[in-house]
Design a protein around this ligand. Sequence first.
Ligand code: SF4
Length: 141
Amino acid sequence: MGYSDWVENHAMKHKKIVEKLVSQGLEKAAIIEYFDFENMKEKEIDFCPLYAKNKKCHEMESLNCYLCSCPNFRFNDEGIKKVEGKTQFSFCDIASKDGRQGIYGEKIHQDCSGCGVPHHRSYVEKNFDLDWAKIMRVCKA
Ligand code: SF4
């Protein structure tokens, strides 16, 4: 699955949950709280394949799933540019010190495995919108 397909699929899952919470009368703070990893793995098992394994994507004590993947992620499935003969497909727009460019054969992808930026509650609060797809619209490079 390319980045675009993943984003489309994730947007639908995210929207369905948010619509359910809004229909129950939840507002911003409670919605963000609901997206805490510990709650999501119990109530929304299909949202992330890691929930079934009780595994976090990043080792953080308190991990929020609302802004998975990350508004700072930039991607293009067709490739963004050539770097020393290889094709770069993604990068971090803020060049986070905790991210890195991973080289996989002829392909370069942003590796966010060491970065927890979008999973902090404070970051989610600052970048919040009920429409996840709207927040992530900037990600297509
Ligand atoms: S390195 Fe961090 S801030 Fe940058 S795109 Fe990845 S998760 Fe987001």
